[in-house]
Design a protein around this ligand. Structure first.
Ligand code: HEM
Length: 157
């Protein structure tokens, strides 16, 4: 099951990135053209929120019970902070991803608030941009030394 969830976690990353880019584009276009807030925008943001929350849940499972789960494997003898791999997958990656999911959740909350549309678009835009930056920094891209993971499931170990 952990292998299937890892593949899902890998694929959902792309879905989340695409939805997040689309959400940013919609927030920017709305803010720029001073248009009225639409249900289409809200739906795009909702799908982004759902993708982020599903990957958060899958990530939490992998973190606790996955191949290198905190509850199913032992810490490295040199200590977690000395092992780049464990530091990344046990602390940095989860912490940054949880922060980004919080920002995506806040953005969706702003969308539901009773605010002038231009303020709404501007706030959502910034929250999504910061969330995207956090995610881009925290993804174990294949070119990253020691922690790199495949672009897609099945492309590597
Ligand atoms: C929500 C945004 C997230 C994204 C975009 C994301 C992305 C990724 C990607 C691309 C991988 C590599 C997958 C592979 O090896 O094929 C990965 C691995 C991992 N992620 Fe996430 N992640 C997110 C959230 C989280 C969270 C919140 C946690 C923990 C609480 C987490 C824990 C892990 C762990 C433990 C691994 C390594 C699993 C293993 O190799 O067995 N992730 N993540």
């Amino acid at each position: 099951m952990a292998k299937g969830l890892l593949d899902l976690h890998n694929l959902l990353r792309w879905i989340l990135l695409i939805l997040l880019l689309l959400s940013i584009f919609k927030a920017f276009a709305g803010w720029r053209s001073k248009k009225a807030f639409s249900q289409g925008d809200r739906k795009t943001w909702l799908f982004t929120l759902i993708a982020a929350h599903i990957n958060l849940l899958v990530g939490l499972y992998l973190w606790l019970w996955g191949r290198y789960g905190m509850l199913t494997t032992t810490a490295p003898p040199e200590g977690v902070t000395k092992s780049k791999f464990h530091l990344f997958f046990w602390i940095e990656h989860p912490a940054m991803m949880i922060l980004s999911v919080i920002m995506i959740t806040l953005a969706y909350r702003v969308a539901k608030k009773n605010l002038p549309d231009s303020v709404k678009y501007a706030r959502v835009l910034w929250l999504f941009i910061v969330a995207l930056l956090f995610i881009l920094v925290a993804i174990p891209w294949p070119f990253r030394h020691d922690i790199g993971r495949p672009w897609l499931p099945g492309m590597g170990s």
